[in-house]
Design a protein around this ligand. Structure first.
Ligand code: PGA
Length: 267
C-alpha cells in the first residue's frame, strides 16, 4: 500500500487529478471507476478546469460509478447520476453512453440491474483505475460494515450512521432512501489500481482502521490491504490517527528524491 499525506484537501484533489490524467494519457480508452460524495468534488472541479485548458480527451474513456440510491430518478438532483452529470461529465468531452451509474427505476428488478452492471464492467475489460472515498464507518461504495469481503454489485441497506452522514444532502421533509445499489468489495478489488481519497479529521479513525487495523468486514476499506496497487491520498487531518504517519511521509520523500536524481542523471 502506498500512503501519500499532503497538507490540504486542495492538494489531495490535485494529486488525484494527476493520477487520472496520467491514466487517460497512458490509455485513451481507459475504464475509470468513480465515486460521489463530498470528497471527490474538488477532484472533479480540478479535472474540469484542466480539461478546459489542455487537450486531453475523454472521448474514448468509459466510467462506472460505485453506487446509486434506489428510488431516485436520474433527473433528481440528489441522485448520483445527476451529481456526476453536473460535476464532471458535462465539463469534459466524454460520451454520455460510455458513463455508467447503477441506476434502478422502481419498475426494474434490482437483482437484474446488479448482474447487468457486473457484466458491463466485464465487457468493458475491467476497471483500470478506481477512485474511492471512505465513510466515517469505513465503508467503501455503500459496502457497510459486515459486508462480505468477496461481495459483487448488489442491493445494500444503509446503516443509521451513513443515513445520518448523508442527511445534509436532503431537505428536512424530503424522502431519503435507505436502499442503494453498490459495487461489491470484490468488484472494487478487481480494479487494476485503486485510489482512496480522504480529507478532514472526521475521517481519521476510519483511515487508520483501513490502513493499520486488522482486515475485517467491520471496516470494509481494510480489504484494500489485499490489493497490490492501492494508493491512499489523504490530507494531514485525515492522517492524524495513523501510527506510522512519519514513515509514510519519509517513504514519499524518498521516492521524490529518487525520481529527482534519476531525472537529473538523464538530463
Ligand atoms: P463523503 O463520503 O466524501 O461525502 O465524506 C464518502 C463516503 O461515504 O464514501
Amino acid at each position: 500500500m502506498e500512503v501519500i499525506i499532503v497538507d490540504s484537501p486542495k492538494l489531495v484533489a490535485e494529486r488525484a487529478a494527476d493520477e487520472i490524467e496520467g491514466q487517460v494519457e497512458a490509455k485513451s480508452d481507459a475504464v475509470l471507476g468513480l465515486a460521489t460524495g463530498s470528497t471527490p468534488l474538488r477532484l472533479y472541479k480540478e479535472i474540469s478546469t484542466r480539461a478546459a485548458q489542455n487537450s486531453l480527451s475523454y472521448k474514448s474513456v468509459t466510467t462506472f460509478n460505485l453506487d446509486e440510491y434506489i428510488g431516485l430518478s436520474a433527473s433528481d438532483p440528489r441522485s448520483y447520476r445527476f451529481y456526476m452529470d453536473q460535476r464532471l461529465f458535462s465539463n469534459i468531452d466524454i460520451e454520455t453512453a460510455n458513463t455508467h451509474v447503477p441506476s434502478c427505476a422502481l419498475t426494474e428488478d434490482p437483482q437484474e440491474v446488479c448482474e447487468q452492471y457486473e457484466a458491463s464492467i466485464a465487457r468493458a475489460g475491467g476497471i483500470d483505475l478506481q477512485v474511492l472515498g471512505i465513510g466515517t464507518n469505513g465503508h467503501i461504495g455503500f459496502n457497510e460494515p459486515s459486508s462480505s469481503l468477496s461481495s459483487l454489485t448488489r442491493v445494500k441497506t444503509l446503516t443509521d450512521r451513513t443515513v445520518r452522514d448523508n442527511r445534509r444532502l436532503f431537505a428536512d421533509n424530503e424522502f431519503q432512501p435507505r436502499l442503494a445499489i453498490t459495487m461489491g468489495i470484490q468488484t472494487i478489488s478487481n480494479a487494476t489500481r485503486v485510489l482512496l481519497l480522504a480529507t478532514g479529521k472526521r475521517k481519521a479513525a476510519a483511515v487508520s482502521a483501513a490502513i493499520e487495523g486488522p482486515v475485517t468486514a467491520m471496516c470494509p476499506a481494510s480489504a484494500l490491504q489485499f490489493h497490490r496497487n492501492v494508493t491512499f491520498i489523504i490530507d494531514s487531518a485525515a492522517a492524524s490517527e495513523l501510527k506510522q504517519a512519519d514513515y509514510y511521509r519519509w517513504v514519499e520523500q524518498a521516492k521524490q528524491d529518487l525520481a529527482l536524481s534519476r531525472h537529473r542523471a538523464l538530463d
